[in-house]
Design a binder for this molecule. Structure first.
Ligand code: DX5
Ligand code: ZN
Length: 215
């Protein structure tokens, strides 16, 4: 599957409506919404209030990435605000069973559930989640900031997650987040990625051209 999920982190909010329309017309189906709490990651972004406003003016699927220490506490708020997919970090759960319960809870409420991990976290941490999730997000930069360089060693991780999917007949989508442009996007796709998340590449210049180049 080929999906592009432009990241709101790099959107020009003074042109929000126009830019959202432009990514949609260019063929993006999802919109990536990076939530940061200044604790799980060193940066602060936006919360459910902004998501609600964005959701109001856009028909895109709201793909929420929670980079916050206590994601479960905020499920209600983000679902009420229009989240269609919520991806949580495996590092947030001391007990993996709590993380799996969180994933099941999202699915029960009709929201797509995603699991992710920081580049330096061992992949074994997400293995118990793989039979339950709809999305596996491979972070290809250290979470916290847009505009960083793609970590090529994460291509191996995409391949591993893809191989695991094939050998187990699982159906999750593989998403890649961080440093995606026309060149790294092609490499990520050939490693097995379905969803390309891109912020600075999409919003810094010709929006339509950038989105199309990732499809
Ligand atoms: C980083 C975020 C990314 C970010 C990607 O913590 O998870 O979604 O917006 O930005 P670019 O595409 O600029 O690397
Ligand atoms: Zn993200």
């Amino acid at each position: 599957m080929k999906i592009v999920s432009p990241s709101v982190l790099s959107l020009d909010f003074s042109e929000m409506k126009t830019q959202l329309k432009r990514v949609e017309v260019a063929g993006a189906k999802w919109l990536h919404f990076d939530v940061m709490d200044g604790h799980f990651v060193p940066n602060i972004s936006f919360g459910p209030g902004i998501l609600k406003q964005v959701d109001h003016v856009s028909d895109l699927l709201m793909d929420v990435h929670l980079m916050i220490s206590d994601p479960v506490q905020y499920f209600d708020a983000f679902i009420d605000a229009g989240a269609d997919a919520i991806t949580i970090h495996a590092e947030c759960f001391d007990d993996v069973m709590d993380g799996i319960a969180a994933v099941k809870d999202l699915k029960k409420r009709g929201v797509k559930a995603g699991i992710t991990l920081k580049p330096g976290t061992d992949i074994s941490l997400i293995v118990p989640y793989l039979k339950h999730v709809d999305i596996v997000l491979v972070m290809s930069v250290e979470p916290g900031f847009g505009g960083q360089a793609f970590m090529p060693e994460m291509l191996e991780r995409i391949k591993e997650v893809d191989a695991f999917r094939q050998s187990n007949n699982y159906e999750y989508l593989i998403s890649v987040d961080g440093g995606i442009n026309d060149e790294t996007g092609i490499r990520a796709r050939s490693a097995g990625a379905d969803i390309l998340v891109a912020g600075s590449y999409v919003f810094s210049d010709d929006i339509e051209k950038a989105v199309i180049s990732l499809l």
